[in-house]
Design a protein. Structure first.
Length: 138
């Protein structure tokens, strides 16, 4: 079995690039700077499905992307979660949160209506993220 991105993740997000283990994606929701790491491990549904080396690499990638978000957008809080109740494929959310955002302090899942990014906003965010992570992306 080879890695295939879940169709819902593909539909709801935009590719930023590839890290050593994971595909990095931008969620298509203008309300938040919301990134997703998807380890390219076929059949992985849970963190426990990764071997020790891949779990360690995923933690490094979470840290790398989280630090980039802190520098780029200076959030009040960085939400990091691997829930997977709707999309079973293992993926990790990194969401920059602000006390001023419409859903603060509640979680973002299942709350409010998604606001699709405009083409310009999407391209600007993708460019900023790719520049910030250019040494790590392929």
């Amino acid at each position: 079995m080879s890695f295939v991105l879940d169709p819902r993740l593909a539909r709801d997000s935009h590719a930023i690039g590839e890290l050593r283990l994971s595909q990095l994606r931008l969620m298509d929701d203008a309300r938040f700077t919301w990134l997703i790491l998807v380890p390219r491990i076929a059949g992985a549904r849970e963190l426990v499905d990764l071997d020790a080396t891949d779990r360690s690499q995923l933690l490094e990638e979470i840290t790398l992307v989280g630090r980039a978000l802190e520098v780029l957008v200076c959030p009040d809080k960085l939400n990091i979660a691997a829930i997977g109740n709707v999309v079973a494929q293992l993926h990790v959310h990194l969401i920059a949160r602000f006390e001023s955002d419409a859903l603060w302090p509640d979680p973002v899942w299942g709350r409010g209506e998604r606001v699709v990014l405009t083409n310009d906003a999407r391209e600007q965010q993708l460019a900023r993220l790719r520049e910030a992570l250019k040494a790590e992306l392929s």
